[in-house]
Design a protein around this ligand. Structure first.
Ligand code: 8YV
Length: 333
């Protein structure tokens, strides 16, 4: 890009300092130092003048916004793996390339998935709250605060992509048997390594697992994939964990089934209408039936810096006339 006009890059949220410093060095970077989410008029103004937009999960980059983009906007370089908030097809129709930041958050998100898979059956949040709550802890007792064992149990992974596979590796080390449902079988070598059982039928897998982990992307095809009918197939002693996207699960039905004792509990990092939380979920959390986290699956300093560096690599490759490494293609319908 040496000697060429530096692209006008509008970043919609505050990014880690080292990333912002690098962006300022390389681009005509418009930073969001206050980290206040952009309003719709501000997003419209941004797409009208920018060469590159760097949005995050808190921005809705829909067809209506893309239609208002100026002729300069040639790249939407998402700070995030999931592009469910970007209308990639509308961008493509307008000749706008979309990129994301895969791989660099895989292990961190898998770690958080494992943390939730342990936290709910082993009542981690409840135990921690006992010691910080009003009531004084009366001390150990043989039958108190008993949770459920996870080693030796059956884990069913919905979506065996990068993050699903990383979850499987961790869960295998924790002594769980690995089962999965996916659009395609993974490579035989990966199935062998994980001693993983493939379930073509999601229904049949849901009915036989002790723990379900949701690790597929949010797309029109996976909206409410875990529907009321499917959730009802789970065993009353089973748990579900979601670090993918909230709208993959019919949240209202999940809340009802846990409330009625038809599902044992849930560990959630994402929500159907986040950041708005279903008040019934909060009530279940107070009873220790669910552990709720505020979308922090990939929230490590290292991970977010790596995500920023990937955004920079995608922008530089694009303006050097190369195909960016993390280009996202519209879904085949
Ligand atoms: C991101 C995520 O932090 O990457 C994703 O898809 O959900 C999170 O890791 C978030 O999307 C930032 O835009």
């Amino acid at each position: 890009m040496a000697g060429k006009k530096r692209p006008l890059v509008v970043i919609t949220r505050k990014l880690p300092d080292p990333v912002e410093t690098r962006m300022r060095e390389l681009f005509d970077a418009r930073l969001n130092v206050e980290d206040r989410p952009m309003t719709q008029p501000e997003l419209v103004a941004a797409v009208k003048e920018a060469d590159v937009l760097v949005p995050t999960i808190t921005d809705h980059i829909d067809a209506a916004l893309i239609a208002q983009a100026g002729e300069n906007l040639k790249l939407i370089a998402n700070f995030g793996n999931g592009v469910d908030k970007i209308d990639v097809a509308a961008a493509a129709k307008k000749g706008i390339t979309v990129t994301n930041t895969p791989n660099v958050l895989t292990e961190d998100t898998a770690d958080m998935t494992m943390a939730l898979m342990l936290a709910v059956p082993r009542r981690l949040a409840e135990g921690a709250n006992v010691l910080t709550g009003e009531k004084k802890w009366a001390g150990w007792s043989p039958t108190w605060m008993l949770g459920r064992r996870i080693w030796g149990k059956r884990l069913g992974i919905v979506g065996m992509g990068r993050i699903g596979t990383a979850v499987a590796r961790r869960a295998k080390a924790f002594g769980l048997s690995i089962h999965y449902h996916n659009r395609h079988r993974v490579l035989p070598a990966v199935e062998d390594e994980l001693e993983a059982t493939y379930w073509e039928s999601l229904d049949q897998m849901l009915a036989r697992m002790d723990i379900i982990s949701v690790n597929c992307p949010s797309t029109p095809a996976t909206f409410h994939l875990l529907s009321a009918r499917r959730l009802a197939l789970m065993q009353p002693s089973a748990y579900i964990v979601n670090t993918a996207r909230g709208d993959i699960i019919d949240e209202e039905s999940l809340v009802k089934l846990i409330h009625d004792g038809k599902i044992a509990g849930a560990g959630l990092d994402v929500y159907e209408h986040e950041p708005a939380l279903n008040s019934k979920l909060l009530k279940l959390a107070a009873k220790g039936k669910v552990v709720l986290l505020p979308h922090m699956g990939s929230a490590t300093l290292e991970g977010r810096i790596d995500m920023g560096e990937k955004v920079i690599i995608n922008i530089r490759a694009f303006f050097d006339g190369h195909r960016p490494p993390d280009r996202v293609l519209p879904l085949r319908t």
